[in-house]
Ligand binder design. Structure first.
Ligand code: ZN
Length: 78
């Protein structure tokens, strides 16, 4: 359950590097195109990303596949 709801930025805000302004989100959202496309959402002062992508950057998603196992036990001597 999320503590705060952050709206996902609109895809209409997306922009390219040449058009990217200072207060626009620099998160790259392009998917394999020839030109890098940035989110372009409104950022807060001092932040490189909009709140939506900021949370993505700061809370890294768990890498799929291997579980971070807790069951690994070191062999004891004695
Ligand atoms: Zn963004």
């Amino acid at each position: 359950m999320p503590e705060t709801e952050i709206p996902e930025p609109s895809s209409r805000d997306r922009t390219t590097l040449v058009k990217l302004r200072e207060r626009q989100c620099r998160y790259v959202v392009s998917d394999g195109g020839s030109e890098a496309v940035f989110c372009g959402g409104r950022t807060k002062e001092g932040s490189s990303w909009c709140p939506w992508h900021r949370q993505l950057v700061y809370t890294k998603p768990p890498s799929g596949g291997a579980k971070a196992g807790r069951g690994f036990v070191l062999p004891r001597s004695g």
